[in-house]
Design a protein around this ligand. Sequence first.
Ligand code: GLN
Length: 487
Amino acid sequence: MKLYQKPIHTLHQQRLAKEVTTEEIAQSVLQRITETEQRLGSYLAVEQSEAVMERAKAVDQQLQKGEEVNPLAGMPIAVKDIFNIKGQATTCASEMLKNFIAPYESTVTQKLLAQGYNLVGKTNMDEFAMGSSTEHSAFQVTKNPWDLERVPGGSSGGSASAVAAGQALAALGTDTGGSIRQPASFCGIVGVKPTYGRVSRWGIVAYASSLDQAGPMTRDVEDAALMLEAIMGHDKNDSTSLTATPPDLMASLRQEVKGMKIGVIQDLDLSACDSEVQRVFAENLETLKQGGAEICPVSLPNLQHAVATYYVLAPSEASSNLGRYDGIRYGYRSPEAKNLGEVYQLSREAGLGREVKLRILLGTFALSAGYYDAYYLKAQQVQNLIRAQFQKAFTQVDAIVSPVTPTPAFKLNAHLADPLQMYLSDAFTIPGNLAGIPGISVPAGFTQEGLPVGLQILGGLLQEEKIFRLAHWFEQNQTLSPPPLAL
Ligand code: GLN
């Protein structure tokens, strides 16, 4: 196995045992980027190799002196281009922010910095995180490393493809309606959306603030635990960040699945899913049963309204959040504008992509005086019902499992002309955002064509320990035979 294919925790053990150096690890990842990036397109910006190597070397020197370092120290990690990194461009894959240089650091990257992580680059995404395929990036298309004719998922598609291909050992993503879990599933890696408020949103470009959460995208569950432990916690700069004590995720990895009660949602119509997704999910349930878990039906009848509810709430918040891109305070200003009205109009016309404009229109409509009650208020009411139903379900079970997505990775261009089809790919992930609960996507099998399929594990509010326990056990107790990557 090449170094770039290994999980961080394994590499850390190996360097403690002096079998490998951080420099060798960094070199392996950089080499992999050189070999594959032209075909894959994961990155919007890659760090100078000298800088990456310097940081790796510094960690090796610390280790030589016998200093203790965090497992993440010196490890090449990619960051979705939605996080502010002081002094660097944060484009959000938008023409609007193409030349925007972040004046301050996001809390999450600050926390990773404190552990000594080695930034390797900023990854491609759907513009302003709106999309499920990364095809809405204003700059480039990212391919799925398992099949270069397919999408990596989105909106954190660049992060997912980079990790799956070994162009980074782990990456940061954000998830508003599934943008960590869905691309993780499409690319065969682990992705975690924590409980809303676990991770600070300070310094992350806002899409729908009441739903946005950042989280890790990694090669395995233990790496996800390492990374989430590094980034979670209260932050006074984000008033929605929680003061609850952060869980001990590493400890939860050592526990059995035996005796856990696992819910299967009765109201999800899986017959509409791809037949291979159905097969993998049935096999996954069998694995869990054999491990001694008790599978229990749970009822969440309002889930059928989740996608519709999300597509009122998220665009509403987006229309308000994106009001700041007015050609004056942030980002692109049209040089042709001759008066104030034209500054707004022409700057937004040229600076924002089609899907983003569609969302702004939808949101502005849903919030407008005559329609507020009929759309926005109604959607909030349905959201409350969904929350309450999850809360009730989690009094009966420890976790709820489902497929992550109804289909495996689809072909490039397949859903571009039909936004609704694109939206439906998040049907199973959106409920978790609406309820604010934590969810993890863990590799669960492969289709006959050789595409990865994920299992989603949802937990009750603040119950990250339970989903990590289940995900880790599941990961260690199933047999996956991955076909080779396409590059
Ligand atoms: N695909 C969903 C959307 O377009 C979710 C995106 C996300 O989680 N950022 O809104």
